[in-house]
Write a protein that binds this ligand. Structure first.
Ligand code: OAD
Length: 229
C-alpha cells in the first residue's frame, strides 16, 4: 500500500463552522495571542485562558466533520494514511480517520501543570480553576502554546519523509515548526496543496495547487487517488 501523509490546518474545519486563525474575522483578530495562548498568559490570567478554551470546547461539541474530513477517512480503503494535524479539534477522529497525530494538542484533553505525562480525556467539559490532577496540581488545556516545544514534530518529520503522496490542506503555513514539515518529503513524493488562497503560499516547485475550499477540493482529489491506487 502506498503511504499518504496529510498535513491539515484550521482551513479544513472552516466549513464545519470553526473559525480559522488568520483569515479576515479569524480568531487572532478577536483575541490577542499573548492574552490567551502563551504560558505567560496562563500565569497572568488563568481564568481568561481557561474561558477562551472552554468556549471553543463547547463550540466543538456543536459542530460536525465536513465532507473533507469524511473523504480523508475513505482514503484508508486503498492507502496507508497518516493525518498530521495542527488542529486541536477532534473532527478527523469523528470523520473516521484512524491514524492522527496532533501537533498542537487536543481540545478534548486536559493535562497536569505538574507532570506533562498526566493527560486526561475530558470530552467537551470545561476546565475550571480548582480542577486538579492526581498529584493535586491545577489542570490546563492540553494545547501547545506559543513559545512551547512541539513534542510530536520529530515523529511528524519521520513520517513525512516516508510519504509517497503528501496533501497539505487549509493551513497558512505561518507557524513553525509545522510549516516546515513538507520539506521533509522526498523528492519523488507527489505533493498537493488544497487551499482557496493557495496563491499566497510560497512552497517551491513540484506542487499541484488546488485553489478550492477543502469541502469541495478534498473529495475530488480523494476520488482521483482511489481510482489511481
Ligand atoms: P490559519 O488561520 O493561519 O490559516 C488557515 C488557512 O486555511 C488559510 O491559508 C486559509 O486560506 C485556509 N482556508 C480558509 N477557509 C478554507 C476552506 N474552506 N478550505 C480550505 N482552506 C481554507 O490556520 P493554521 O495554518 O492552521 O496554533 O494555523 C496554524 C496554527 O496557528 C494553529 O494550529 C494555531 C494557530 O495559532 C496554536 O494555537 C498553537
Amino acid at each position: 500500500m502506498k503511504k499518504i501523509v496529510v498535513l491539515t490546518g484550521a482551513g479544513i474545519s472552516a466549513e464545519s463552522g470553526i473559525s480559522t486563525f488568520r483569515d479576515s474575522g479569524g480568531l487572532w483578530e478577536q483575541h490577542k495571542i499573548e492574552d490567551v495562548a502563551t504560558f505567560e498568559a496562563w500565569e497572568r490570567n488563568r481564568a481568561l485562558v481557561l474561558e477562551f478554551y472552554n468556549q471553543r470546547r463547547r463550540q466543538l461539541a456543536e459542530v460536525k466533520p465536513n465532507a473533507a474530513h469524511i473523504a480523508l477517512a475513505d482514503l484508508e480503503k486503498k492507502y496507508h494514511v497518516q493525518i498530521i494535524t495542527q488542529n486541536v479539534d477532534d473532527l478527523h477522529e469523528r470523520g473516521g480517520s484512524t491514524n492522527i497525530l496532533h501537533l498542537h494538542g487536543e481540545m478534548t484533553k486536559a493535562r497536569s501543570t505538574a507532570d506533562v505525562s498526566l493527560v486526561y480525556n475530558i470530552g467537551y467539559k470545561d476546565i475550571t480553576e480548582g480542577d486538579t490532577c492526581e498529584k493535586g496540581a491545577q489542570m490546563r488545556p492540553h494545547i501547545v502554546w506559543f513559545g512551547e516545544a512541539v513534542p510530536n514534530i520529530s515523529l511528524a518529520a519521520e513520517i513525512t519523509a516516508e510519504a509517497d503522496i503528501l496533501m497539505v490542506i487549509g493551513t497558512s503555513l505561518n507557524v513553525y515548526p509545522a510549516a516546515g514539515l513538507s520539506r521533509a518529503a522526498k523528492a519523488q513524493c507527489a505533493k498537493y496543496l488544497i487551499d482557496p488562497n493557495a496563491s499566497d503560499l510560497n512552497l517551491g516547485l513540484g506542487w499541484t495547487i488546488i485553489p478550492s475550499k477543502a469541502g469541495e477540493g478534498v473529495p475530488v482529489l480523494v476520488e482521483q487517488l482511489l481510482k489511481e491506487a
